[in-house]
Design a protein around this ligand. Structure first.
Ligand code: PLP
Ligand code: COI
Length: 341
């Protein structure tokens, strides 16, 4: 199979239309079998639930070419489970995990020519999503839905690759205590758009959101969870019921404990204690682990000892081990790597 002629090394995190996508429709209480199609457009009612009341949930995962030239995806069962949970919270029909994994595999296989080669620094980002497609005008769930999966080759999420980021503590909240912060719903991202545009305008790379109830605890950014390393070398990730349960973050905790022999814990992290941390990073499918060098809290600068030029040493080990597992150079825990045949 011949690869597309793409400048893989210089890809950013953007959308490039690939040749195929998967589409399945839900009607009269059941999903159809779905199929791969070349049609990249969606035609729905002007009054569709997704357009009027934002009834949409999504996922994000990546396909990699391993050092042996195989195409693999990382923990798709976790994405499938999370999409099921997201759908339930928005009163959408569940697209079953097993069918989800099959749909992702089929879409990646069909777009094999777009999977970046090993060592190129790029990956194939896979975006499964579903939305209410029939008309609703009173506030209620739609009765028809569409599930789709498309792919796009991507490079690093943050310009500059692994250069440490500068982020600010946001005055805007991302999620309410009993709201939807723990699911991957489009509405969480819509409400973060003003905050991210404002952060960029002020020269920051991202927002650090705090818990909306007390504004004392670290939550996450608009598109990634936080990971900290304490001065005595322990990995700590914020625990909250209003952040997205990141698959990368959960994997990194296991990598820290089982591969690197580090202590790792998920617990509440106060903004107050961030100044005592040795390293900070943003973790997620798109972000992988992007190091944070500086956090600005209303003019007060918290400079991480790891500095503004390189990843901290523990963050670097975590990054290398996780990406090694994904690219096939380090043996993966059982079930983490799924090969596309
Ligand atoms: N938090 C938010 C708000 C996200 O959008 C993402 C991206 O998926 C993450 C965290 C990281 O989650 P994951 O590691 O499962 O990609
Ligand atoms: C992902 O990491 O998959 C996400 O969905 C984050 C998004 C901000 C691109």
């Amino acid at each position: 199979m011949e690869k597309k002629n793409i400048d893989w090394a210089n890809l950013g995190f953007g959308y490039m239309q690939t040749d195929y996508r998967f589409v399945s429709n839900y009607k009269n209480g059941a999903w159809d079998d779905g199929c791969i199609t070349e049609d990249a457009t969606v035609v729905i009612s002007e009054c569709a639930g997704v357009l009027q009341y934002a009834q949409t949930v999504f996922e994000g995962l990546k396909a990699y070419t391993t050092s042996e030239g195989k195409i693999v995806i990382f923990r798709p069962d976790m994405n499938g489970e999370r999409l099921e949970n997201s759908a339930r919270r928005l009163e959408m029909p569940v697209y079953p995990k097993d069918k989800f994994i099959e749909a992702v595999k089929k879409t990646v296989k069909a777009n094999e020519a777009f999977v970046p080669p090993y060592g190129s620094g790029a990956t194939l980002y896979v975006r499964p999503y579903m939305f209410g497609s029939d008309a609703v005008i009173g506030v209620k769930p739609a009765s028809e839905y569409q599930f789709r999966v498309f792919t796009t080759p991507v490079g690093p999420y943050f310009k500059g690759g692994v250069k440490p980021l500068t982020i600010r503590v946001s005055d805007f909240d991302r999620a309410a205590p009993n709201g939807t912060g723990h699911i991957k719903a489009g509405l969480n991202y819509a409400m973060s758009l003003h905050a991210i545009v404002d952060a960029h305008n002020q020269g920051y790379d991202e927002n650090m959101y705090l818990d909306a109830a007390t504004r004392t605890k670290v939550e996450e950014t608009g598109g990634a969870n936080f990971l900290f390393v304490t001065r005595d070398g322990k990995v700590v990730t914020p625990k909250s019921s209003s952040i997205l349960p990141s698959i990368t973050r959960r994997s990194l905790i296991q990598v820290a404990q089982e591969y690197l022999g580090l202590e790792a814990e998920e617990r509440e992290v106060t903004l107050e204690e961030v100044k005592d941390m040795a390293e900070c990073g943003l973790c997620g499918t798109a972000a992988v682990i992007s190091p944070v060098g500086k956090i600005v809290d209303h003019g007060k600068e918290i400079c991480l000892p790891s500095g503004m030029t390189e990843m901290g040493p523990v963050t670097k080990k975590l990054y290398e081990t996780l990406t090694g597992i994904q690219m096939g150079t380090i043996k993966a825990p059982e079930g983490w790597i799924v090969e596309i045949n």
